[in-house]
Design a protein around this ligand. Structure first.
Ligand code: SAM
Ligand code: SF4
Length: 441
């Protein structure tokens, strides 16, 4: 049996794609391995959102090829594969085949062709009509949490972003398939599903007959209510696009206990000038309105975001608007990125007048303020009891366990393996900047 090692870079969508790639390979007679040193095939499922992730690919291929006495087939999959196509063979001579974002269902065919001696194999074609979105149980990243893609691609074309080019146009999956998928996962013992997509709340299926009986102001809030009806214990969703964030989403959450207390709403900047240059489709006033709705929700919803610092043309005054914005929003956590120029995007052609050192300083200043706010929020959990899904034991100490709360906080506590997969009450005793600590009650 040929052994395959698969390494994944980037977002949840890539993790989810990798789960399906591993499922296909396992059912086609390959054996998945965690050890690259014994693999006959090494696969990289790549990310192109920032330059760093792309560089990592070339470093890893170099490492694989250097290893003496072994010469596995190397395949590059995902976003970098889709964007670069056959030019990848020129960039690195350690690559045997290239498979684009929608071609991953044909992975076994690609490997088979390379084993038969085909050189320069590239498949960047569309997804098959009957593509199977399911994941076999032992290929899931967690035995208790499952990703459920509901929309792929992106139509928004924010000026800095490569995703619409690497992932193609938005395509919503049929609601009937999504509901069936969640029901099956529940039967398999999954406790938490994450409905995923670049912009889940832009969900717009071509035929929504399954949602006819579901109430809601948008197809997405109808879908949320319909998924809540499946009885799945916990439902989370990410990422939401601010312009399409309808207040009915907050209503749906409040009506259904199993829709979790968490919204991820990437703002990118606090400056209207920068937001315009980014072509985000929202301004800061409209964003604050959505934040107010989320903050005024009867159930406390935790709020997270993404921010880019040092976008070309961002002045220090613009950046100060971002500092003010995070003081207003008080995010439970933020993913802060330094702007990374991506060839092929409109922003790539704008002169980048924010120097690397200014980008770094802004990153540090924003991160420092976010950490202060975050520490205050996390400390407010001390002495409160919250529900946590017990997901794993610590690798260093098998009496220590961790999991996520409904508000998406990582919580650590002392426990035993019988708790795995259960939702338990944890009384919080200590708060660090990114994690909570507590004890089972
Ligand atoms: N679709 C989501 C949205 O618009 O909110 C985000 C998806 S994107 C893959 C994840 C995050 O990467 C973005 O929210 C943005 O902050 C960041 N990102 C995208 N392009 C970037 C770039 N060129 N440089 C730095 N960060 C970038
Ligand atoms: Fe990229 Fe904007 Fe699409 Fe998000 S919405 S994936 S940031 S283009």
């Amino acid at each position: 049996m040929k052994k395959v090692y698969l390494e994944t870079f980037g977002c949840q969508m890539n993790v989810s794609d990798s789960e399906r790639i591993a499922s296909v390979l396992a059912s086609d007679g390959f054996e998945m391995t965690q050890n690259e040193n014994i693999a006959d095939v090494v696969l990289f499922n790549t990310c192109s959102v920032r330059e760093k992730a792309e560089h990592k690919l070339y470093t890893r291929i170099g490492q694989i090829r250097k290893f003496a006495g072994r010469n596995p087939v190397v395949g590059v999959l995902g976003c970098v594969a889709q964007l670069e196509g056959e030019t990848l063979f020129k960039k690195s001579d350690g690559i045997d085949f290239v498979l684009g974002t929608q071609a991953v269902g044909r992975i076994s065919e690609a490997i088979g062709n390379v084993f038969e001696g085909q050189k320069g194999y590239v498949d960047l074609e569309k997804r098959e009509e009957n593509y199977d979105w399911s994941v076999t149980e032992n290929q899931r990243h967690s035995p208790y949490v499952a990703f459920v893609p509901i929309i792929e691609g992106c139509n928004k074309f924010c000026t800095y972003c490569i995703v619409p080019f690497s992932r193609g146009r938005e395509k919503s999956l049929p609601a009937a398939d999504i509901i069936r998928h969640v029901i099956k996962l529940r039967q398999q013992g999954i406790k938490e599903v994450h409905l995923i997509g670049q912009n889940v709340n832009s969900y717009r299926p071509t035929n929504d007959s399954t949602l006819e009986k579901s109430r809601g102001a948008t197809a997405f809030s109808k879908l949320l209510r319909a998924v809540a009806q499946t009885g799945m214990e916990r439902i989370k969703f990410t990422t939401s696009f601010p312009r399409d964030f309808h207040p009915d989403i907050v209503e749906a959450i409040n009506e259904n206990e199993n829709l979790c207390n968490w919204v991820h709403l990437p703002v990118q900047s606090g400056s209207n000038e920068v937001l315009r240059a980014m072509r985000r489709g929202h301004n800061i006033e409209s964003y604050f309105k959505k934040i107010d709705t989320i903050k005024n929700s009867p159930r406390r919803l935790s709020l997270t975001t993404d921010i880019i610092v040092g976008f070309p043309g961002e002045t220090y005054k613009n950046f100060q608007d971002t500092l003010k914005m995070i003081e207003y929003c008080r995010f439970d956590s933020s993913y802060i990125f330094k702007y990374s120029p991506r060839p092929g995007t409109p922003a790539f052609d704008i002169v980048d007048n924010v120097s690397p050192s200014e980008k770094k300083e802004r990153f540090m200043e924003l991160d420092g303020l976010q950490k202060l706010i975050q520490q205050e929020i996390f400390k407010s959990y001390i002495n409160r009891t919250i529900k946590v899904l017990v997901e794993k034991a610590s690798v260093k100490d098998d009496t220590q366990f961790s999991g996520h709360s409904t508000c998406q906080k990582v919580v650590n506590f002392k426990g035993s393996s019988e708790l795995l997969g259960k939702i338990v009450d944890i009384k919080i005793t200590e708060a660090k900047v990114n994690t909570l600590f507590g004890s089972v009650i």
